[in-house]
Design a protein around this ligand. Sequence first.
Ligand SMILES: [Zn+2]
Length: 384
Amino acid sequence: MSEPDPADWIEKWGNTLALAGCHVCDAIYLIPYDKAPLTCPLCAQGELLLLDEEADRPVYTQPPELAVPFSVPQDKKTRILKQFLSSIWIKPDDLKLDRLNDRAQSVYLPMWLVDADVQAQWWAETGYNYEVISHREQYQRDQWRTQRVRETKIRWEPRAGRLQRHYDNKTAPALEEHDAFARQLGWYRLEEAEPYRPEIAQTALVRLPNRPPDDAWPEAQTALRQAAQEECRQAAAADHIREFRWTAEFANPNWTQLLLPLYTTWYQDDDGRPQMVYLHGQTGKLYGRRRASLKKARRYALVMLALAALAGAFALFFFLLGLFIAPGILALATLGFLAALFFGILAIVPVGLAWYTNRTEKFNELHRLARDTAVLHDQKAAPQ
Ligand SMILES: [Zn+2]
């Protein structure tokens, strides 16, 4: 099969890329044309199948501008995955380092970059540091001593002005799940971003936005406002600024994309469900669900129970033998009973541990869900 001509909008990303989608989580990607089909790197449940670039053209196809490079060395990634493995006591059969490494994918997550012209009237209080020298009397070693104390205070002054500026590359989330990722994995050092080159999309899959610019515009405005506030502080040669208010008009907004690096991999739990493991592409911070294997724990428990039964049977045999034939052998019966008790207790431990691991993880998930819901409510309740 020959390589099809990519659509115009994809050309800006690189002419060897193709549009692909996951039918399970609906994520849309740009992937190197020859790599399809692939397992979806963000849900591991669906396959990425090639889509028609024009008929299935995504709504938001703004071109890439910057990318934060992947910067976690392989040995560090392996060390972090090993730590994750060793934190789960009774692992599902599928949870192995080589499988995690084999399934690892590099994915770029999108963020919006907004340029805009801003015209605004602004009001604020600007703060200026000044030093106060005072003297403090202290009674030390039978006499009063005077101590010079230097203190920094802030003088606040009201200011107002007009502002007419062009701002570049203010960020806003381009994925619905952006905040959830950020909370689990932490923020990115955006100052390390480099201009986008088509080669970088050869080594990673690029996730396309699922959040329209209209939705992201309030966050972009917040970023523009912060930039304006900082500029007003500098223009007033002030050390601080507070109570910043503005009435602003925006013109010529231009939307492009910033790409954030993420490593993903997965393992199957007892029920064959994929459990995702994510690594921050700059810091290597890991987020993954810890699922212990109850099946394996039950197998261990059955072995221990069988040993307990065996030891119990021997104990009974020696007990009867000692009672009727050789009284000296009764000590062996006691030993047998103790062994049966020991294996009996050991049978409970693995099941208890696996159950505890999964229950703690479930509790943490519910906690996170409750917190995310609370954050959503807060955002809805906050005045626009
Ligand atoms: Zn998917």
